[in-house]
Design a protein around this ligand. Structure first.
Ligand code: SF4
Length: 62
């Protein structure tokens, strides 16, 4: 799986980064961004938790 953050929806709350900082990070616009590569298999559960927890549903699985 890959994860993607809709930059128009992200409100920079930081939740996804706190859940799985090896996948999400801040970009130069101070929005969350996912790594471009495939999510490592051992982090997929955390990424799904971030998808479900994001307050604006900005994260999607692609
Ligand atoms: S949880 Fe959602 S709104 Fe918060 S920083 Fe991550 S993508 Fe942005």
């Amino acid at each position: 799986m890959k994860a993607k953050v809709d930059q128009d929806l992200c409100i920079s709350c930081g939740l996804c980064i706190s859940i799985v900082e090896d996948v999400f990070h801040w970009n130069e616009d101070e929005k969350a961004e996912a790594i471009a590569e495939d999510v490592p298999a051992d982090l997929e559960d955390e990424v799904r938790e971030a998808i479900e927890s994001c307050p604006t549903s900005a994260i999607s699985e692609v």
